[in-house]
Design a protein. Structure first.
Length: 344
């Protein structure tokens, strides 16, 4: 049985694990390692420290299906809708641009990380480990030795890397020599926006009195998007307090990228008060820096995946190899899976 390591428990990694489990049952032993403390990656859902039922999506907000992907990835949409992981967006969102005819928007009643958790659950038997930050990869004959911070090195027959490309470029061991030349240029050509996200958590009984569930702000240099998360998800609870998500503009994110998160939090809260005067005081605030938020320019001419070595297989995937949303990750995972299937 081949042992496959998937690095990253975000959407791309979890879909790769699920495809391997479903399409190659009993042929592979699947291991997923992520440096974070939980699943989701940039589809992350944070909990209020005082109430685990009060949550906020700090990364992805909606899943938007174009007519092309609604058809091409129909089985993925049907499955998530059948499990109640996705529901149509029905709440009012002010200022949302519909860039194309026939777009369908979906929300996640249990938070955006529930999509990733669904695919990890469907990868039954996969060994999923958090707090596993990989640093070095060495080729040892027909396998890979993978080293991580503060842990024992382990051996795998194939390795899939799904982290943002700047994090991939930091890997040591044999990776720098493997990517020398063309691959390095491709990986370095990927660019990302940066922004901050704040999650404001409130006590039960507090009301956030606004006529929308989410709103895009066009005339503030700092605040770009606000969402009352349970309203956006159409699941208002009587026992938990509401949460508010604030995304900053990309320009603000770039300008304050190296500032202390605490100081950035104060700046954003001050701007938020100008946009929403009279907003109640939250019980807690979480500040999330997205250094690598959304892909601005993806790797061209290797759509979906980039194979660094065919045997033993070392392959990269993720939104950097397609485009930065749900369908980009699914498209990449499908391409990575094709490569895995022919290699194993
Ligand atoms: C603020 C924001 C808003 C967004 N809005 C939307 C939206 O509305 N709709 C939409 O469809 N998409 C949206 N996106 C984009 C979407 O979230 C991403 O395209 C998608 O989540 C990328 O998934 P991924 O699995 O490719 O990468 P990631 O989610 O980044 O997963 C990579 C994982 O690798 C892990 N990792 C990194 N380095 C290492 C290492 N050395 N060792 C171990 N693990 C490592 C990370 O912890 C991470 O969990 C948004 C993103 C952001 C940040």
């Amino acid at each position: 049985m081949s042992r496959v390591l998937i690095v990253g428990a975000g959407l791309t990694g979890s879909v790769c694990a699920c495809l391997l489990r479903r399409e190659m049952p009993n042929k592979v032993s699947i291991v997923v390692w992520d440096k974070a403390r939980g699943a989701g990656g940039r589809m992350s859902t944070s909990r209020s420290p005082s109430d685990p039922n009060c949550t906020a999506d700090l990364g992805a907000q909606y899943i938007t299906a174009t007519p092309y992907y609604a058809k091409t990835h129909r089985s993925f949409y049907d499955e998530l809708l059948a499990h109640g992981i996705l529901k149509p967006l029905v709440a009012p969102v002010e200022g949302m641009l519909m860039k194309e005819e026939g777009l369908r928007n979906f929300v996640t009643p249990r938070g955006s990380s529930s999509i990733v958790k669904h695919y990890l659950r469907e990868s039954a038997g996969a060994e999923v480990c958090f707090d596993h930050h990989i640093t070095h990869i060495y080729q040892k004959g027909a396998s890979w030795e993978v080293q991580r911070k503060g842990g024992e090195a382990e051996h795998f027959d194939a390795v899939v890397l799904t982290m943002p490309t700047p994090q991939l470029l930091q890997l040591q061991g044999d990776v720098p020599s493997l990517i020398e030349g063309g691959p390095r240029q491709k990986l370095e050509s990927v660019s990302y926006s940066s922004r901050y996200a704040l999650g404001l958590f409130y006590s039960a009984g507090v009301r956030i009195d606004v006529p929308w569930a989410a709103k895009y702000i066009a005339d503030n240099p700092c605040v770009r998007f606000i969402s009352v998360d349970d309203k956006k998800r159409n699941v208002e609870s009587s026992t938990s307090g509401p949460s508010l998500v604030v995304h900053t503009s990309v320009a603000f994110g770039a300008e304050h990228l190296e500032a202390a998160e605490k100081d950035v939090g104060c700046l954003v809260l001050a701007e938020l008060k100008k946009v929403l005067p009279g907003l109640p005081e939250p019980v807690s605030v979480k500040v999330q820096k997205w250094r690598y938020s959304q892909v601005l320019s993806a790797v061209t001419d290797t759509p979906g995946q980039l194979t660094l070595l065919p045997r033993p297989l070392l392959v990269c995937g993720g939104d950097a190899f397609a485009h930065s949303n749900f369908d980009g990750c699914i498209a990449s995972a499908l391409k990575v899976f094709e490569v895995l299937k022919s290699s194993l």
